[in-house]
Design a protein around this ligand. Structure first.
Ligand code: F6P
Length: 362
């Protein structure tokens, strides 16, 4: 068992409901093993600027119910520089922080690796509403965000029904369509548009027209924020607003547009997020005690497990089609084959769900 006196915990990148529940689980699991805990305030900037608070058991009382992150978060540019990383390492040395648990998305894990390779054992935990960490079936915050989307879309649908309107609703998720697709199915969206699957606009418009003929009044269409069109000036524009205009022009139905944006990121975490956060937080401390580092805690087939961070980040790049020359050099052919299989599995899953949505949402 590795010997730690004090560990640090931070949240970085976009906040997600359930991050507080992770901080609580990390703190209490560590305290139970007689390890001190410090909260690093404001993500990696807090490490650079020495913004640290001691966490005792009552520091994390009642935070499991709260959205956001009580340690605050940001996307720290300074930590991307060698100077910033050195300052962060100096803080760890000065305050005897023996290891760090970093909660966030892929940017957070890149930061965690920088610390790990410089000798600070680090474990990442997936906290993002996007569910876009390919190595994990689930990221903390996704369920809460999805339920928020459902709640808001249901409300919009009520008014669409009253006024015989259509509403195109843009949903967060960066390049990942999981939030849009799953919430779209759950709200009976007549059309769903996500980055991972080609969208046939004409087919969607025909579907709307034929539903109108059958007497349908209110309709909602869900579009991921990650779907873009290029306008006449060569500028990248989000597709949701464009689609709303096209639907109105082509069908004659009054069509409104709504961007849910950050509404989706707040709120009290659901059971699933509180529980997963608790399990993942405890797992991170256990991994550190086993002497492990540079891992990200993941959920695979309902089991809380871990994956090498660099492997997980590379797998993500592969899934998103962003691999650069040399990215795969450090991996064995078996590992590369495993990555390819994971990408295929994920792609097949989302495609199958999309096809299902097409038949059941009318
Ligand atoms: O990664 C979470 C997320 O909310 C994405 O869905 C979205 O694209 C992005 O963060 C928005 O970032 P910011 O809060 O910095 O505007």
């Amino acid at each position: 068992m590795a010997d730690f006196r004090r560990i640090g915990v931070l949240t970085s990148g976009g906040d997600a409901p359930g991050m507080n529940a992770v901080i609580r689980a990390v703190t209490r699991t560590a305290l139970a093993k007689n390890i001190e805990v410090v909260g690093i305030v404001g993500g990696y900037s807090g490490l650079i600027e020495e913004k640290l608070i001691p966490l005792v058991s009552h520091s994390v009382s009642n935070i499991i119910t709260k959205g956001g992150t009580f340690l605050y978060s940001n996307r720290c540019l300074e930590f991307k520089t060698e100077e910033g990383i050195e300052k962060a390492i100096a803080t760890c040395q000065k305050y005897n922080i023996d290891a760090i648990v970093a909660i966030g998305g892929d940017g957070t894990f890149r930061g965690a690796t920088e610390l790990a390779v410089r000798g600070i054992p680090t474990i990442g935990i997936t906290g993002t509403i996007d569910n876009d960490i390919t190595a994990s079936d689930y990221t903390i915050g996704f369920d809460t965000a999805m339920n928020t989307v459902i709640d808001v879309v249901d409300r919009i649908r009520d008014t669409c029904e009253s006024h015989a309107r259509c509403n195109v609703i843009e949903v967060m998720g960066r390049d990942c369509g999981d939030l849009t697709l799953q919430a779209g199915i759950a709200t009976g969206a007549i059309a769903i548009c996500i980055p991972e699957v080609p969208f046939d606009e004409q087919l969607a418009i025909d579907k709307i027209k034929s539903s109108l003929v059958k007497g349908k009044r209110g309709m909602v269409v869900l579009v991921s924020e990650g779907v873009y069109k290029i306008d006449e000036n060569g500028k990248k524009i989000r597709y949701g607003e464009v689609l709303a205009n096209h639907i109105q022009q082509e069908t004659g139905v009054e069509t409104k547009f709504a961007r849910l944006a950050h509404i989706v990121r707040g709120g009290s975490p659901t059971l699933r997020d509180r529980l997963t956060a608790t399990r993942m937080g405890a797992k991170a401390v256990e991994l550190l005690l086993e002497g492990k580092s540079n891992l990200v805690v993941v959920e695979k087939d309902d089991v809380i497990d871990s994956e090498d961070i660099v492997y997980a980040l590379t797998l993500d790049q592969m899934y998103k089609g962003r691999l650069k020359d040399g990215d795969l050099d450090r991996f064995t052919p078996e590992q590369i084959a495993k990555m390819e299989a994971s990408c295929k599995e994920r792609k097949d899953k989302i495609t199958a769900l999309y096809e299902l949505s097409y038949n059941v949402c009318n």
